[in-house]
Design a protein around this ligand. Structure first.
Ligand code: ATP
Ligand code: MG
Length: 339
């Protein structure tokens, strides 16, 4: 299989849409669902790039039978290529290329702040109709930042209390990070950070925003816009019986009540030996068992996603400038930024 399929970089337009897939817990189906959602959009004629951002444990290439994926994200980090777009490899699925998360050098998972900012910028600038990011497990800052980059932030959960717990913790971490970033200036970041860390235990995040509004209404309005346009979506995976769908629904309630974000359930995917078989055959489910009920469900989920208004979401999020109207005192300018 030829893997050379460079994408041109388009600095003014960039990725028309970014969907990130996270979930906190390992093994819940983030990678197989990222891959198959990407295939589904490619089938719809969109130009799609799948990014394996699981830097420590990359394996998206294996799902497409790509034996020598090259260094992908690692090549950018090691400065072997100037642009991320040069690391795209063909997947064998028309309209779909992959940026592997592989690296020759161990320790790639521990990228520094500058490297991460460069990667995030280059992801945003990819010339594609859709970029799908497989964020990998855990809630480390690097993982959260890839998730935060997206227009649509999708979490995969299984109907187990531990999965719901981890996905909620993951989303909470992402919301905190997004609000602090949106605050812009060091002083405002500090204010948000202090209010969020005051909100202990079962405290509700919208209450913290209401407290901020007393001190800084402009900041509170920006934070509110970030929550309103968060773009959270949930997929339930590994469903054995219909009543388990109710467990998946609790995610949406927790997110609304405690984080102040919408996290609509897009659908639930049954547990199926066909998913397992497609992984071992190293052919995406949609290409191998395309008419099975779970493949039909994946396509339905992709159709729901395709019908969403991404521009509305993007434009609705307000991020404040890093410094404005005398907001930045000398002491603040000298203080390290909160990241
Ligand atoms: N609906 C399903 N039915 C049956 N098996 C499934 C289903 N979804 C996922 N699997 C199986 O679970 C395994 C783990 O899936 P996957 O690698 O996508 O999880 P992950 O969340 O990406 O894990 P990690 O956190 O380690 O990256 C797959 O190899 C697949 O065989
Ligand atoms: Mg994975």
């Amino acid at each position: 299989m030829s893997h050379a399929s460079p994408k041109k970089q388009h600095s003014t337009v960039g990725a028309r849409r970014i969907i990130a897939v996270g979930g906190g817990k390992g093994g819940v189906g983030k990678s197989v669902l990222s891959a198959n959602i990407a295939v589904s959009f490619a089938e719809r004629g969109q130009d799609v790039v799948l990014i394996d951002a699981d830097l420590g444990m990359a394996n998206a290439h294996t799902l497409f039978s790509i034996e020598r994926p090259g260094k992908g994200l690692g090549a950018v980090l090691d400065k072997e290529v100037a642009n991320l777009s040069e690391t795209c490899v063909a997947t064998g699925v028309p309209n779909l290329s992959l940026i592997p998360g592989t690296s020759a050098s161990p320790g790639t998972a521990n990228i520094n702040h500058g490297q991460k900012q460069k990667l995030l910028r280059q992801v945003r600038n990819l010339d594609a109709d859709l970029v799908v990011i497989d964020c990998g497990a855990g809630a480390a800052y690097n993982t959260l930042d890839f998730f935060a980059l997206a227009d649509t932030r999708l979490v995969v959960v299984t109907p187990q209390i531990t999965s719901i717990q981890n996905a909620y913790g993951f989303l909470k971490g992402a919301v905190h990070r997004i609000l602090i970033q949106a605050a812009g200036s060091p002083r405002r970041k500090q204010l948000v950070s202090a209010e969020l860390s005051n909100a202990r235990g079962v405290a509700k995040l919208p209450d913290a925003v209401a407290r901020i509004a007393l001190e800084d209404p402009e900041l509170a309005a920006a934070l509110h816009s970030q929550l309103q346009h968060f773009g959270g979506r949930v997929i339930g995976n590994y469903i054995y019986e219909p009543k388990e769908e109710l467990i998946v629904q609790t995610m949406g309630r927790l997110c609304r009540d405690f984080l102040g974000i919408q996290a609509t359930t897009l659908g639930t995917i049954p547990a199926s030996k066909h998913m397992h078989a497609s992984v071992n055959a190293r052919v995406p489910l949609l290409n191998r068992h395309g008419s099975e009920p779970l493949a039909v469900m994946v396509r339905q989920i992709a159709a729901l996603l395709a019908n969403e208004d991404v521009q509305h979401q993007r434009n609705g999020r307000i991020a404040l400038p890093r410094a404005n109207r005398g907001d930045l005192s000398y002491a603040e300018a000298a203080a390290p930024m909160i990241h």
